[in-house]
Design a protein. Sequence first.
Length: 291
Amino acid sequence: MAALAASVALGYFVIAILVAPRIKMPSVSAGLVFAIRGAAVAFFIGCGATHIHILVHALETNPQPVETHEIVFHSMQAIGAWLFIAGSIMRLELHIVPSPQHSALKAAVEEQRRLADRAVRRASEDELTGLARRWRFDEALDRQVALAGRHGTPATLLLVDVDGLKRINDTLGHQAGDRTLRHIAAAIHHETRQTDLAARIGGDEFAIILLEAGEAEAAAAAARIIATAAEPGSTAGIAPRTTVSAGSAPIDGARSAAEVLRQADLALYAAKRRGGNCHAGSEITASEPVG
């Protein structure tokens, strides 16, 4: 009986010293974890002290006779305490002090996740400008048209086209044209919000879905982009001085995605006919021919 009491007491003290202080609860605040750890340490120390008391009585000169149920009870406590310690040590080895195999497996999983994230980015972003690709724009426009029709969520489609990119490519070379496109993309990124979607949908044409924006907000965004694009570029080398034209159309749910895109394209064509370096809005009618 004395050996059982000593074993149980030692097991509880080991739990209190080694296991309880390492209790991990990721979703709980640090203060609450500290309180839980303290309570666990106090509980197991108390259990150990109780069995020390039992051990002292078991070692007395005239100890009381031990009942069979007491032996069974303390045996179960000893087994439970040491199984708990063994399980905790195995868990600590895996999660607190990872083995080399576990570390290698974790590194491999993280590398696979990094490669998967990189593949998704490469599939969804234009390599030259870093903006979204055409397929992402098409999906977003369809979704926004549906939201506008169902919930009346306002939005505006803004198209931006580089003025005279062919001339830059022909006279200065395609590398100068690429620098120009990166400069325009940087201007678009700088002058739009994180909630807006900006994409490169053609060689020199960009599209921005301005969420919760009407005609006035679209005109203001277009003016900022036009002004920033006209500034000297410094993206990956000095970009040639150039201008952009812009056309916008509301996404109100009354027209399909193709009709919204056509109306914005008509507005963009009108801005081009005005000499470029300007914005045209939804005052352009669908009957105007597209160049």
